[in-house]
Design a protein around this ligand. Structure first.
Ligand code: PMP
Length: 374
């Protein structure tokens, strides 16, 4: 199979990840913080190492502010629902995935918050900031946005929006589901208060875990209550992180996979990875645009994700034909109807190619052959 669906989840995983998951299951899968025996202590040690590596990776000085969650969706729900209060106004971008949009809309439907979106597509950094500033009100409490779209490679000026938030006293919550592993992230330099990450995409871990990285200014309310391994007598969750937001047993094999993924990323040059993915984007764009029936959407945003459509065949039909020929892509709305609307592909979406370090230009030859046949 030729796998161009890495934005859904990266595949295949590096061997370091498989080895790390196996090592966990076979050698250290005790319950951390729930026992004083060696297996539990070993697990606690590995989990802490993963917090340390991830903190370093996202520019956070305190590893205890890395909270493990079930994924980026869970992290965003905690950050959004655990932070916002009745009467708050929130801004998000027009490129948000449903993992941001739906929690915001759920709070809005309950009458607790109001939400406005700001435009991004086709705008310069300066113009995006102006659009953000125009929408800020007295009641605005937070800006929530993605660093990179999940349907194309458009990115947001995170450092600039972060500096703006800090100057205005707003919380800044960032969805790094598509950017982590592709773009540099420095929470402290970018003034990010909460960052949501999945383990299984650009960090090359396996599904089942993600993280919420929290800056010093934000301490969300827990969404889940339960055992934390500390302060068992208390009837409420502890104040300290990460325990406050980690009710229940952690997904240890997935945390092990994340540790393996981070070690893998440490072993490769991030600039070389970025230029590999950008090279594939440029080659694919040139060749797809060479076929008269196809259009590349957001063509100037170069990166790991390329969206295109056929002028007559539906996106789903194109993806089906590709699948019949052993090529995996994702078609449709990609859980991001808002973003498709912004790109004017809201009716039926498009076909998404998403690259990883494993893809090659030879694979593009096969893709182009089938696209040409279609
Ligand atoms: N945000 C974006 C931009 C995404 O692409 C995704 C995954 N499709 C998520 C959030 C949610 O990630 P997960 O499904 O791993 O929780």
């Amino acid at each position: 199979m030729i796998y161009f669906d890495n934005a859904a989840t990266t595949f295949p995983k590096p061997t370091a990840v498989r080895d790390a998951v196996l090592d966990c299951i076979e050698n250290w899968c005790g319950n951390p913080g729930r026992g004083a025996h060696t297996l539990s202590l070993k697990a606690a040690d590995r989990v802490y190492t993963c917090r340390e590596k991830l903190a370093l990776f996202v520019g956070l000085s305190d590893p205890t502010r890395i909270v493990f969650t079930g994924g980026a969706t869970a992290a965003l729900n905690i950050a959004i629902k655990g932070t916002l209060r009745a009467g708050d106004h929130v801004l998000c971008s027009e490129l948000e995935h449903n993992a941001v949009w739906r929690p915001l809309q759920a709070l809005r439907r309950e009458g607790r918050i109001t939400v406005d979106t700001f435009p991004v597509v086709g705008l310069s950094k300066e113009k995006i900031l102006q659009e953000v500033a125009k929408r800020v009100k007295k009641s605005t409490r937070a800006i929530v946005c993605t660093q990179m779209s999940n349907i194309c490679s458009v990115t947001l000026p995170i450092a600039e929006i972060g500096a703006f938030c800090r100057a205005k006293g707003l919380f800044f919550i960032v969805d790094a589901a598509q950017s982590a592993g592709h773009l540099p992230i420095d929470m402290e330099a970018m003034c990010i208060d909460a960052l949501a990450l999945p383990a299984h995409k650009g960090l090359y871990g396996i599904p089942g875990c993600g993280a919420l990285a929290l800056g010093k200014r934000l301490l969300p309310k827990p969404l889940l209550e339960g055992g934390s391994g500390v302060n068992s007598r208390a009837a409420q969750m502890p104040d300290e992180l990460p325990e406050r937001l980690e009710a229940g047993t952690l997904p240890l094999p997935a945390i092990a996979g994340l540790l393996g993924g981070l070690s893998f990323l440490e072993s490769i040059d991030p600039c070389a990875l970025q230029s590999h993915e950008n090279g594939l984007f440029l080659a694919a764009r040139e060749r797809i645009e060479g076929l008269p029936q196809y259009e590349v959407i957001a063509r100037d945003a170069v990166g790991p994700v390329l969206l295109f459509r056929h002028t007559r065949a539906s996106a789903v039909a194109v993806a089906r034909k590709l699948s019949e020929n052993g090529i995996a892509v994702r078609a449709g709305l990609h859980c991001a109807p808002l973003a498709h609307q912004a790109l004017r592909t809201g009716t039926e979406g498009g076909v998404r190619l998403s690259f990883s370090y494993r893809n090659s230009e030879t694979e593009l030859d096969t893709l182009l052959r089938i696209l040409h046949e279609i």
